[in-house]
Every structure is written in structure tokens, then in C-alpha cells.
Design a protein around this ligand. Sequence first.
Ligand code: MTE
Ligand code: MO
Length: 535
Amino acid sequence: MTRGTTEPGRRRPLPGAAVAGLVAAFAGLAVAELVAAAVRPEAAPVTAVGAAVVDLTPVGVKEWAIRAFGTSDKLLLALGIMVVLGVVAAAAGVLALRRRRAGIAVAACFGLLGAVAALSRPGAAWQDALPSLAGGLAASGVLYLLVRALTRPRPAGAPAGGAWTMDRRGFGRLVAAALAASAGIGYAGQRLGAYGSAGATASRADLALPEPDVPAPPVPAGADLRLPGLSPFLTPARTFYRVDTALVVPRVDAATWRLRIHGEGVSTPLVLDLRELLARPLVEHDITLTCVSNEVGGPYAGNARWLGVRLADLLREAGVRPPSQGGPADQLVARSVDGMTIGTPVEAVMDGREALLAVGMNGEPLPFAHGFPVRMVVPGLYGYVSACKWLRELHLTTFSAYDAYWVRRSWAQQAPVKTQSRIDTPRSGAEPVAGRVAVAGVAWAQHRGIARVEVRVDAGPWQEARLGAADGDDTWRQWVWPWEATPGRHTLEVRATDRTGAVQTGVRRATVPDGATGWHAVEVRVRPRPSADPR
Ligand SMILES: Nc1nc2c(c(=O)[nH]1)N[C@H]1C(S)=C(S)[C@@H](COP(=O)(O)O)O[C@H]1N2
Ligand SMILES: [Mo]
């Protein structure tokens, strides 16, 4: 009988082979997890492949993913990779049944793929290949053992069963052993990972932020209208939007953190640790941060009280002059520990605005997700051209010499924030009762300031909203307009005017390349007032 033919009455152990593939993949992931915990968490195969996918994804797809899944896009990406891995692993198991070498080669190739992805990451070192290589090796070995058990020739003297005779009990035991070992190894990896970031966690817990030398004045009374459904004036860090490419939040140890400032026109290159940075005068300032990927009416805007060192002072200390004073560098490229690059106009950070190297957010050290220990914040510029988190390097160069991460992916080199306004309440699809309805929201034009907000109903005349008190020009402003709502379907629209007098355009433009425009509209169905009041 030739190997692999199926005789009537003898079933090939296909489900067993698929299980063997899945168990092998699980073992590979567990081993990779453990090695990654020792090497670098970001070098774990699913994370590395995910990061490579993020980098290679066309901007249109990425924008769609952000729109469709919001901040859960990362979770879905990891799930997607796991599903693909699972399908391939099961197939490799089945393949190994017929061609053991080929099946095992597939497992090894997946290890190689992970290694290549890890090595392709910015700032990768050769060790980053180790988790995936070790994982691939483990998966191949486990697959070999399981498939061998599955296809073991029948012992001499046993009843005839052909080549596919399965030692069910032996196979089952092996599967259980492999699963238990993998779970143990994976758990050890997680513990080791937590241990690896324990220093960072402690360094954040121990960081006592100094008092600001220049405190922000208290938020003026009346800046926060405190209406139900309206975004609070200051956004708690907990609910502050998060946009970044990091599949694993970098946990930087403040004790070993360093910032390097160098490049064109830098007469005194600097390397600072956190203690040295905090020894400089600290400024507190309220700044609204917005993302260029925010759709009209979208959620990627937040307002916080930042504490930090004035970036302009630090650059001057390094000898940097802005282009307007003859400096050779017009671009400041910020680099993060995870390889992100963000290019900001030198002129903007040195023109007198409160461009900060921030260490505090709403009175606390930066949360890890928002860039601990140090990030940039520049009033008036979208985050992708100004707000580098987990900062480690400031490189003075020119816009003609260097394109930062997002610029290489079809976004504009320069991107001042566009005037925007948003209706927070009522929400689209709401069904308020006829009568007085508070229409309220926020409007922003960072560093220009908001002068006016207007609302209109069903494309009627624009009506002026009441503004919350202004907390400087670098934050958003709340607004409210009392609407005498009549029963039926209505469309509410909002537009803002900045303090230069420019009215927010109603022309609808996409987020790519430099920020969406258009008026936010919500549609509501106003219910008639109940005719008889039962009370
Ligand atoms: N290191 C790093 N910094 C980054 C990013 C990133 O992907 N990596 N994203 C930028 C973008 S696009 C925005 S809008 C802001 C968002 O900051 P937040 O997540 O604290 O709200 O961070 C910026 N800084
Ligand atoms: Mo962004």
C-alpha cells in the first residue's frame, strides 16, 4: 500500500493533524513570548508582524480601520493575525501528515516571517529575531512529535490498520503535555514581562513632579458649562483619546531615560536625563490636542493641563536659532523609543507659543499610554506633527532633507490645526421631546482661539451660540444654544469662527492629507410633548 492512500473503513486522522498544527502554533507562541520578555516585548511575533502590517497598510485602509474600529483597531489586528496563524497552523498539521518535512517547514517559515518582521522594525537589533526563531523552532519540534505519534506504524502483532493507525491515547497524552508545557512557558513569559517593566512602573509611581515655576491660572469659572452629554472642559487622562502605532505601550524606565538634542545648527549638543530636565524651569499650560485623523464630529480631541519645560528654551540652550533668525534647520524631528518620527517646524516651536516637553498631564506624571516620561505638545499643530510620545531624541534638520513617518505615508509635512466645532448633545439619532433643548458642544482653533460659534436648524439662518469662558487661545471652548425644538425630523449644524475672523469652512474634505473640514451635522427626531400631563 502506498503511503497516504485512503482505504475504505480507515479514516485519516485529519482532525488530529489539525489539532497537532494548532498545538504546535500555541507552543511556538508561548516560547516566543518567553524569549520576547527577555529580549524586548515588541519583538514578540504577533506584535512584530502586526507592527509591520500597520506600517505597510495603505493610508486609505488605515483611515477606514480607524473610522470603523476606533481605538480597538489594534486588538482587531492582533485577533486577525491569530486567526490567520490558526488557519495556517491547522493546514500545516494536515500537510505534515502526508509530507512531514513540508508541514514542519511551514511552521519554521512562520518563525522566519516573524523574525523578518521584528528585524524590519525601526531601531531593531539582531536579538529581536530571537523570539520568532525560537518560536518557529519550538513549533516545528512539537509538530514533528505530534504528527509522528499520529502516524506511528502499528506495533508488530497488532490488528492490521494500515499506516494511519493512530495511537490515540499516546497522541492525546502528547497533546495534553504540549498544551500544559506551553501554558506554563507562556505564563512564565508574562511574569517575566511584568518583571521587566516593574522598574518603569516603579519609576512612574516614585516620580514626584516639581511645582511649576509658571503655574497655569485656574480654569476660569464658566469655561466648563457642565451640561449633561457635553465633553468636560478638562479631559481626564483615563478618557483622553489615544492614537499611536504602538501595539505594546512602551514602558520606559524614567531612571534610564535620556534625551539627546543634536543636528544642524546645534552648537551645544545636549544629553539630558529626567532629573536634569526637571531641574529647568517648569511651565504649566492648558492645551487641546487634536488628531489629523479626526473626522468632522469625531472623538480624537482632548484638553489637558500639561506641565513641562519650554522647548524653545531648551533649543536655545543648545544654540538653535529659528530660520527667521538665520538658523539652518527648519524641521525638528522628534524620535520616540518605539521608532516613531514626528517633524515639527522649528519656527513654530520657537515663535513664543507654549511648545512643551511635557512630563505632567492634569497634575500627574504622564500615563504610559500618553508618553511617559516625556512627550512633546505644541499648541496649534496636529499631534502627528507635534506631539511625539515616549520621546528620546530631538534632531534638527530640514523639511527638504527628511520626511517623518506619516509624511512618507501621504500626510502633509506641515499641518496646523483647522478650525473645527462639534455637537456633543443631542447625539445623532436622539429623540428629544419638543420644547427647549440645549444644543451644546466644543469648538477648537488652537493658538488662534475661538471667537464665535453658530448653529442652524434645517439649513435655516445661523444663530449665535453662547460660549463658555475662554481659557486662553490654545484650548477648545464649550458652547451652548437653546433650541425651541418642534416635533419632527431636524438637522442641526454648527460652525465656528476663530479670533482672526476666519469662518470655519463648510467644504467637506477628507482627513488625508492635512485634516478634515466641513460642518458637523446631527439628525434628531423631536417627539411631540405628551398632550396630557398625568400629574
Ligand atoms: N511615539 C509616538 N508618538 C505619537 C504617535 C505615535 O504613533 N507614536 N502618534 C501621534 C498622534 S497621530 C497623535 S494625534 C498624538 C496623540 O496623543 P495621545 O495618544 O496622547 O492622545 O500622539 C502623537 N504622538
Ligand atoms: Mo494623530
